[in-house]
Ligand binder design. Structure first.
Ligand SMILES: *Cc1c(COP(=O)(O)O)cnc(C)c1O
Length: 367
């Protein structure tokens, strides 16, 4: 039996471990452990990579979203449109501002939100929209940006799952007001600990996030606003700088695996994801769908193949948002019952890919 882990971090380490160790050692010996040149270097490299003017790193993806919202002026009484099918951080960031997350259902084919669905949720309290490039697949941004322009709304992209992804041939990172990133270890570009950042073409917003992440302070011990301590460590910046060099190659390998899956999974009980023509996805997850999801997951497990569900419970069904427990969002509820993420990571071997496809294609239900 070929065992297939869901994700194997050690494979990355064996590829570039020496470079990571050199970078870590350089920081350990630098006598500087907050901010500084390592952080600045990564910020300019990442901004350049995603074709944005500015990158401001922060401590994690949730802080990136939170500080982006604060910088754009979102606060108590405001409503912010969020997808009903996202990782809870998208919602939490809104709640942390004292604003209210207003869920909108995704398109049932692409799993991302559309301008048409957003329109129905707008009112005089609506302040911002957070499209999420879920699973590394880009949202159709142009209609959302157009809607935001006409209604005077802010757009903050949650690109935590989409490092290197493109929308209509241009990198995600500078299309909207602010783009929020996570560099959690499991993301396509992941640190070796928590890390995040925002990118933007708006100098004022970049300066606001820079202030907010560092105690509201520009000059040491002088504080302009009630800020936070949300900085990225130079150690993580140095490690990310090493990993950024491989990102294009890794995303290419993910795309090859996705292509193999899409061309070879042929079980009628299991459908493969769709790629809309505006999106060049980076396959953070490869998500199949089946009305017999739980049985499929057990079958794969019995055959040594590890899978995960992104996500088993939508935010509105979480105890954290118990005030919404009685609302009905059938698209995201249906997805949470039927979706299954199968192994996809750059170093997945041909033999492992074949085992995944072979096992899925032999899956059947007896009734
Ligand atoms: C990972 C993730 C986040 C949060 O990132 P952290 O770095 O874990 O705080 C936010 N949104 C989405 C869609 C994510 O996948």
């Amino acid at each position: 039996m070929t065992c297939v882990p869901f994700f194997d971090m050690s494979a990355t380490y064996s590829d570039i471990g020496r470079d990571l160790e050199d970078a870590a050692l350089r920081v350990l010996r630098s006598n500087n452990y907050i901010g500084g040149v390592e952080v600045e270097k990564f910020e300019s490299a990442f901004a350049q990579y995603v074709e944005a003017e500015y990158c401001v790193t922060v401590s994690n993806g949730l802080s990136a979203l939170h500080l982006a919202l604060l910088a754009t002026g979102v606060g108590p009484g405001d409503e912010v449109i969020v997808p009903s099918n996202t990782f809870i951080a998208t919602w939490l960031a809104v709640s942390h501002c004292g604003a209210t997350p207003i869920p909108v259902e995704p398109d049932p084919e692409t799993y991302t939100i559309t301008a048409t669905a957003v329109v129905g949720k707008l009112n005089s309290r609506t302040k911002a929209i957070i499209p999420v490039h879920l699973y590394g697949q880009s949202v159709d941004l142009d209609p959302i940006l157009e809607l935001a322009r006409t209604k005077n709304l802010i757009v903050i992209e949650d690109a935590a799952q989409a490092q290197g992804g493109e929308y209509k041939g241009k990198k995600i990172g500078g299309h909207s007001d602010v783009v929020a990133w996570s560099f959690y270890p499991g993301k396509n570009l992941g640190a070796l600990g928590d890390a995040g950042g925002v990118t933007t073409n708006n100098k004022v917003l970049a300066e606001k996030v820079t202030l907010l992440r560092n105690y509201g302070s520009k000059k040491r011990y002088y504080h302009d606003v009630i800020g936070y301590n949300s900085r990225m460590d130079p150690l993580q910046a140095a490690l990310l700088m090493v990993k950024l060099k491989s990102l294009e190659q890794w995303n290419f390998q993910r795309a090859e695996i996705a292509k193999y899956y899409s061309e070879n999974i042929s079980n009628v009980l299991c459908s493969v994801p769709l790629t809309p023509d505006w999106s060049t996805p980076v396959w953070h997850q490869y998500v199949v769908r089946s009305p017999y999801r739980d049985e499929l997951q057990s079958w794969l497990k019995e055959n040594g193949i590890e899978t995960l569900i992104h996500y088993p419970l939508p935010p509105h069904k979480q105890p954290a948002y118990s005030e919404l427990k009685d609302i009905s969002l059938p698209v995201s509820e249906g997805l949470s019952r039927e979706i299954l993420s199968i192994p996809i990571f750059p170093q997945l071997s041909k033999k492992q890919m074949e085992a995944v496809v072979f096992t899925i294609n032999r899956f059947k239900v007896d009734n």
